[in-house]
Design a protein around this ligand. Structure first.
Ligand SMILES: *Cc1c(COP(=O)(O)O)cnc(C)c1O
Length: 401
């Protein structure tokens, strides 16, 4: 029986084991563990990769968000407009600083923040807009930047899932005022533990980020602000530096798998060329609101200059999503639901007073989406097994109707 885990990092490690072990040895020999040359080399390489003037290594993606919000001086009572359909940390970081997340619904095709939903939610307390480049695809940034410019707001990109993804030829993390990245092991560029980065083109913000990363000290032991310990350690930086060299290859592998899935789902009769089927909707690419296309060839971006890096390949299951998931689990095919509860419905945010029904596209996505395995080392046999097993589910399911 062919099993397909949602993610298996072992083949990736096997392919770079010598390089990684040499990098770890280098750090052990140096006994330089916190920041230092590995971190600053990584920062230079990340700035080049992300097409920004500055990049700083930090302790996690969550801390990248908190640090970014501290750098724009977000205060209790301030508001940040963001999406309710994302990982918890997006709004959690806002709450941690005593501010309020004001949610705006998503585009139901890309699951990214819908620019048309933003402007009516701006108040005198609004300080920033925080789009998330969900699953590895950039949000529609031009209208978001235009709204921010008109209302004098910061834009913080939550690019935790999107390193190397592009919007109209520009890299994630280089478009807004600050970009936030995660090196959590399941991200496309994963450390051997927690890690993250912030990027910016603004020298003043870069300086604020740098100082707040080390308890607001400048110089050491002289504190202008209360920051935190948001440092990246040298071992993680050394591992990430090795992996960064391979990232574009791995991205190509993910894009190949996404295109292959699309072909296989269409061949199986589960969707047509538009990506729609009676049981399933395939993940589309979109450069801007209203323009959508399916990736059908591995190496050809449906929209030139728009690069989806497929941190996740997420299908929409029109009915019986949870039954399909159980069926796949039984057959040793890993899946995940990103995310089963919209953030406006989270218990810990009850004080913000959001009602169920307020964000219908987000709530619908939470009830119907399913991520299937997409990591680059999957074999064609494994991809075929996933599609055949899903097809089998819907065949037997149809008998019940
Ligand atoms: C992973 C993730 C984060 C948090 O990153 P950590 O490194 O796990 O703290 C934040 N936002 C999004 C959208 C993420 O996917």
């Amino acid at each position: 029986m062919i099993t397909v885990p949602l993610l298996d990092l072992k083949p990736q490690y096997a392919s770079i084991k010598e390089e990684i072990q040499a990098a770890i040895s280098r750090v052990c020999d140096s006994q330089y563990f916190i920041m230092g040359p590995e971190v600053s080399e990584l920062e230079s390489e990340l700035a080049v990769y992300c097409q920004t003037k500055f990049a700083l290594g930090v302790s996690s993606g969550t801390d990248a968000l908190i640090l970014a919000l501290m750098a724009i001086n977000l205060k209790p009572g301030d508001e940040v407009i963001t999406t309710p359909y994302t990982f918890f940390a997006t709004a959690g970081s806002v709450a941690r600083l005593g501010a309020t997340a004001v949610f705006a619904d998503v585009d139901p095709k890309t699951y990214n923040l819908d620019p048309a939903q933003i402007e009516t939610r701006i108040t005198p307390k609004t300080k920033a807009i925080m789009p998330v480049h969900l699953y590895g695809q950039c949000a529609d940034m031009d209208p978001i930047m235009e709204i921010a410019r008109r209302h004098n707001l910061y834009v913080i990109e939550d690019a935790a899932q999107a390193i190397g993804s592009e919007y109209k030829g520009r890299r994630a993390g280089s478009i807004g005022h600050i970009g936030c990245f995660s090196f959590f092991p399941s991200k496309n560029l994963g450390a051997f533990g927690d890690g993250g980065a912030v990027t910016t083109n603004d020298p003043h913000l870069a300086e604020q980020l740098r100082i707040l990363r080390v308890h607001g000290a400048e110089p050491k032991y002289y504190h202008k602000f209360v920051g935190g310990n948001f440092r990246l350690d040298a071992l993680q930086a050394a591992v990430i530096r090795v992996k960064l060299k391979h990232l574009d290859n791995w991205t190509a592998g993910r894009q190949h798998n996404a295109a292959r899935y699309n072909q296989l789902f269409i061949e199986a009769g589960l969707a047509d060329m538009s990506g729609e089927g009676s049981s399933l909707v395939l993940p589309c690419e979109s450069r801007e609101s209203g323009q959508y296309a399916l990736r059908t060839e591995a190496a050809v971006d449906p929209f030139p200059g728009h690069r989806h890096i497929y941190n996740q390949y997420v299908i929409r299951v029109n009915r019986q999503r949870d039954e399909l998931r159980a069926f796949l689990t039984e057959r040793k095919i890993g899946t995940e639901i990103y995310y089963p509860v919209s953030l406006h419905q989270q218990e810990c945010f009850a004080e913000w007073g959001y009602q169920t029904g307020a964000y219908p596209h987000s709530e619908h996505a939470a009830a119907h989406t399913l991520a299937v395995p997409i990591y680059p080392e999957l074999s064609d046999e494994q991809l075929q097994t996933v599609v055949q097993t899903i097809a089998e589910f819907f065949k037997q399911d149809l008998k019940g109707f």
